[in-house]
Design a protein around this ligand. Structure first.
Ligand code: SF4
Length: 332
């Protein structure tokens, strides 16, 4: 069954859904959560695989075609590849992707690709073991790199991107190692500007190492050529001017916001719809879902919420308010 496509009150077509399947994580990244972790959602608060699949199915009828699975760390959710297979079978979902910290990839890579996950983003903030440990509070770089290569070896695996959060005072020493990594491996390395979604609320504009600055620093060693930006893409991509394989991507939400053609909405692990990464409000879907609401009733709730989607974020503007929900419970 198909329903009218989703648009927001600014005329933007909404066809990309991010689904956080858990708020739990096996890492403790400094820019995300404290060493002791956070108060986790109770199991009963989590949407079940069947509930997630029903909501994604309904949104697919309204034109959603891309689903990115995130967390916390999605691979810590038990039997996660089963959910991937359930979502991959939904008519209309032609782009199922995953963001992971890679720690459990060597265990799950084959099952994820077999389940129908097309694209992978692996979060790695340093290629140096001690600095990786410093940032994530886990001595896990060798295992993550093993998982990355295990994934790359899977027949039929799609594009693999390595995402690094760019922090002033930390990432500068990572730029050339990552540029060389992108030149030597079939992965696109992307730098993401640090955003004010950390549990410690320690973000300041000064802590952002901007994409522009990174491009300049890397370009002094490896000149870059910008590629055309795909509509609604979050990243600007560059290839190496000397023809070396590999690409670099830059997600600059702070210095170069890309909200004007935003096509994204988010579903949290406890069933809240967020219409923007920086939403200060959410729409609860769990209560109507568990109270027996029909698809038509849920459609009304979804459309009303999405119609009110924020035009843009206000990061760095006077009066900006950081959302109460942290990145680990939104899922990026
Ligand atoms: S900040 Fe909000 S509106 Fe802007 S691109 Fe991200 S989700 Fe879209």
């Amino acid at each position: 069954m198909s329903r009218a496509p989703l648009t927001d009150g600014h005329g933007r077509r909404i066809d990309d859904l991010r689904v956080s399947v858990t708020d739990r994580c096996n890492f403790r990244c400094q820019y995300c959560m404290p060493a002791e972790g956070l108060e986790w959602l109770e199991r009963a608060e989590l949407l079940s695989f069947e509930e997630i699949t029903r909501l994604v199915g309904l949104l697919a009828q309204m034109g959603v075609r891309a689903v990115r699975l995130t967390g916390g760390e999605p691979l810590v959710r038990r039997n996660f590849p089963d959910l991937c297979a359930m979502l991959a079978r939904i008519d209309g979902i032609d782009d199922l992707s995953l963001t992971t910290n890679g720690y459990l990839l060597d265990r799950d890579a084959a099952a994820l690709v077999a389940a129908g996950v097309k694209r992978f983003n692996v979060s790695i903030d340093s290629l140096q073991r001690d600095r990786f440990f410093e940032m994530t509070r886990r001595d896990a770089l060798p295992r993550v790199l093993d998982g990355l290569h295990t994934l790359a070896a899977q027949p039929g695996v799609g594009r693999i991107k390595v995402n690094a959060v760019a922090l002033r005072g930390f990432t500068e020493q990572e730029l050339l190692p990552f540029a060389r990594f992108a030149r030597e491996h079939p992965f696109e390395v992307r730098f993401i500007e640090f955003m004010p979604l950390d549990a410690d609320e320690g973000w300041t504009p000064e802590s952002v190492l901007s994409g522009e600055e990174i491009r300049t620093r890397i370009g002094e060693h490896f000149p870059l050529v910008e590629e055309d930006r795909e509509p609604s893409a979050t990243a600007r991509t560059y290839r190496f001017a000397d023809g070396a394989p590999g690409r670099l991507g830059f997600i600059d939400p702070v210095s170069h916001p890309f909200c004007s053609d935003c096509n994204r909405i988010r579903l949290t692990a406890d069933g809240k719809l967020r219409t923007c990464l920086f939403s200060l409000g959410e729409t609860d879907l769990t209560a109507p879902l568990r109270a027996g609401a029909s698809d038509d009733e849920l459609e009304v709730i979804l459309r009303e919420a999405i119609w009110r989607k924020e035009l843009k974020h206000h990061v760095g503007e006077p009066g900006f308010q950081q959302p109460a929900r942290t990145m680990s419970a939104i899922g990026g």
